[in-house]
Design a protein. Structure first.
Ligand SMILES: *Cc1c(COP(=O)(O)O)cnc(C)c1O
Length: 422
């Protein structure tokens, strides 16, 4: 049943009063504007800092001071196996078995590492299919991988574009594109939730189509993890990677993550670039010759874990664990629905919402495409203590994040937009 929303402050505040996730807002630090917390709609770009990070960071510093090298085994969270603390919590966010996920490196690095395993062009099967307008880093990664294997990106990369006059891409166009490419296709790579439009692609059916064509299928989940619940294992996805500084609030340059389906990690013939941290733990410090991969996605690790970079990750994942991704999603659908409802009341500004209106096909982001004066609107918001995100040439992205945004935040954004005359 569609919700009955109202565009009043009283309504918004009442919704906040009955929101069981409301207290999580208190666990975060907000930038200040004229002595008050900003209304922060930028969690899709850089999530806020959980208050517990400072304490946990100091604790880690003390452990290092106190134990030196022995901290590998004696620290409160022993560094030797630090990445294991994340498995359970990450696996719930992406719908995977515990061993299928690992926190490591950074996003684009992981994308390259996984393409080394899953982009193995041979004979006429060498093409990669992706969505047009993918995040630039992903485009560069794919182009350079294609060149690395000796192909021309213009020939080897198939881009699926939106239809005439719209901004989002039909899932069926991706699926048909895959079928058309058929046995020329080696790999499908899609950004699970598009960073620009906020469109959430049909990962399950795209994966099916890729496998039917005999190709591997991987996803960049930068804008999906912590935003929409997924079932990567059940959907048979081959691999995925993500960053943690967006919805996962793990700080700038925060540790990335990866998923590898266990049917690949358990298969000794799956090629993975190796390093000592991916080696079986019982023999890792024995300094022997001959790589023995440890169980699961962790065998893709190379270097020892960047512990200080993982402290914020630990703090933030605890909050996700306590809130629960399904509860967050429920609030997210309602909150984003409210924001959309409010934006649709506004008729004096020349924008359209290019994010899909179907809640199943989006997360918590709404992208407003301006015909004119977008930059001025964005700046007025900033001057009023509302942090949105500007994307050239003419889009304002706003993300009502269910972990710390409120119905009142949405109302205040609406109120400010209503007051703008341009
Ligand atoms: C944020 C983002 C990146 C950034 O890559 P890093 O390696 O973390 O710097 C890459 N791809 C997508 C889709 C993103 O949204």
């Amino acid at each position: 049943m569609p919700e009955v929303y109202e565009s009043t402050l009283e309504y918004a505040q009442l919704r906040d009063q009955v929101d069981t996730l409301f207290p999580f807002r208190e666990r975060f630090l907000f930038p200040q504007h004229q002595g008050e917390d900003v209304r922060y709609f930028c969690g899709n770009s850089l999530g806020l800092q959980p208050k517990s990070v400072e304490y946990l960071m100091n604790k880690e510093l003390r452990d290092w001071a106190r134990y030196g090298v022995e901290g590998h085994f004696r620290a409160s969270y022993p560094w030797f196996s630090y990445h294991h603390f994340f498995n359970e919590r990450l696996s719930k966010l992406v719908g995977a078995h515990k061993d299928e996920v690992v926190a490591m490196n950074a996003l684009t690095v992981n994308l390259h590492l996984l393409m080394m395993s899953f982009y193995r062009p041979q004979g006429k099967r060498y093409k990669i299919l992706m969505e047009a307008g993918a995040f630039p880093s992903d485009q560069y990664a794919v182009e350079s991988q294609v060149r690395y294997h000796g192909y021309d990106p213009n020939d080897a990369i198939i881009e699926i574009t939106p239809r005439e006059g719209v901004s989002t891409i039909e899932d069926t166009d991706i699926i048909n594109g895959i079928a058309e490419a058929g046995d020329s296709l080696a790999l499908v790579i899609i950004g699970g939730v598009n960073y620009y439009t906020g469109q959430y692609f049909d990962l399950e059916n795209i994966t099916k189509a890729a496998h039917a064509a005999g190709a591997y299928c991987g996803y960049d989940l930068a804008h999906a993890i912590g935003n929409v619940p997924m079932k990567l294992h059940e959907w048979n996805v081959d691999f995925a990677c993500w960053c943690s500084y967006k919805y996962l609030n793990s700080g700038p340059g925060g540790v990335g993550g990866a998923f590898v389906h266990e049917r690949h990690s358990d298969d000794p013939s799956t090629i993975r670039l190796a390093g000592w941290w991916g080696n079986e733990e019982s023999t890792r410090f024995k300094m022997r010759k001959g790589f023995i991969p440890q169980q699961g996605a962790a065998s893709w690790q190379m270097s020892n874990a960047p512990v200080f970079n993982m402290v914020a990750h630990n703090a933030s994942l605890d909050l996700f664990e306590k809130a629960g991704i399904d509860e967050l999603r429920k609030k997210s659908i309602s909150l984003t629905g409210y924001m959309e409802y409010l934006l649709r009341q506004i008729t004096h500004l020349s924008f359209e919402i290019i994010t899909p209106s179907n809640p199943e096909r989006r997360g918590c982001q709404l992208s407003m495409l301006f015909a004119a004066n977008g930059k001025e609107v964005f700046e007025t918001l900033a001057n009023n203590g509302i942090v949105a995100d500007w994307r050239e040439p003419n889009v304002i992205r706003i993300a009502p994040v269910p972990l710390y945004n409120t119905y009142e935040d949405c109302y205040r954004l609406y109120e400010t937009l209503m007051g703008i005359t341009v």
